[in-house]
Ligand binder design. Structure first.
Ligand code: GAR
Length: 218
């Protein structure tokens, strides 16, 4: 079985990267991680990659005047490392349409809210302020608009009495760690393709309608 050669872009601690590394440690998992690139020097995720025997490198975006110049280097490095697919895992840098179009339908992201609610930052504070009872995380294909694109999977968690942003964030993060590998699996198996702007959990692709729906507390 050919495994989908995946590059992962990170900026920080890399717990979602760890969930992907752990899933990919199983030789039967349909994807493998061939490259981890961070745009922050001290990103803890780089150490996680090295421990897992995966090539890890740092690309300093502050050295480039234009966003696209940084992205050209990023694109080149991903290709050199053999990546044919890219997963953003806490990569806190907006990508230009140039990069997004180059990797169209081969670029996914995890976002800590049930999109299309709470795009952007501080999603847990905003969820609490808005009084929603259910919050969660989304894995989606990336489009040039921020936190937009065909949704592959979502994980829902309850908002509980007495929640603080940190408590809620921890509950969502645990759900993210189940969601991201499951979505990468679906994509690598060809079960989460984009058709007419949406990912349909379509029997035509061999996916069940609940393959990418998570409620870990249920
Ligand atoms: C995760 O919660 C991820 O959803 C979020 O950053 C965190 C990274 O944590 N991503 C975004 O906010 C992207 N807009 P991690 O480094 O431990 O995986």
């Amino acid at each position: 079985m050919a495994r989908l050669k995946t590059g992962v872009l990170i900026s920080g601690r890399g717990t979602n990267l760890q969930a992907l590394l752990d899933a990919c440690a199983d030789p039967d998992f349909p994807a493998e991680i061939v490259s981890v690139i961070a745009n922050k020097a001290g990103a803890q995720g780089l150490e996680r990659a090295r421990k897992a025997g995966v090539k890890a490198s740092f690309l300093d975006h502050t050295l480039y005047e234009a966003r696209e110049d940084f992205e050209r280097e990023l694109d080149e490095r991903l290709r050199e490392d053999g990546a044919e697919f890219v997963a953003l895992a806490g990569f806190m840098r907006i990508l230009t349409p140039w990069f997004v179009d180059k990797w169209r339908d081969r670029l996914i992201n995890i976002h800590p809210s049930l999109l299309p609610a709470f795009k952007g930052v501080h999603t847990h504070d905003r969820a609490l302020e808005s009084g929603v009872r259910i919050h969660g995380a989304t894995v989606h294909y990336v489009r040039p608009e921020m936190d937009d694109g065909p949704i592959i999977g979502q994980a829902a968690v309850p908002v509980l009495a007495g929640d603080t942003p940190d408590r809620l964030a921890a509950r969502v993060l645990e759900a993210e760690h189940a969601l991201y590998p499951a979505c990468l699996r679906l994509v690598a198996q060809g079960k989460a393709r984009v058709t007419a702007g949406l990912v349909r959990q379509d029997k035509d692709f061999g996916a069940s309608e609940t393959d990418a729906l998570f409620n870990p507390t249920a």
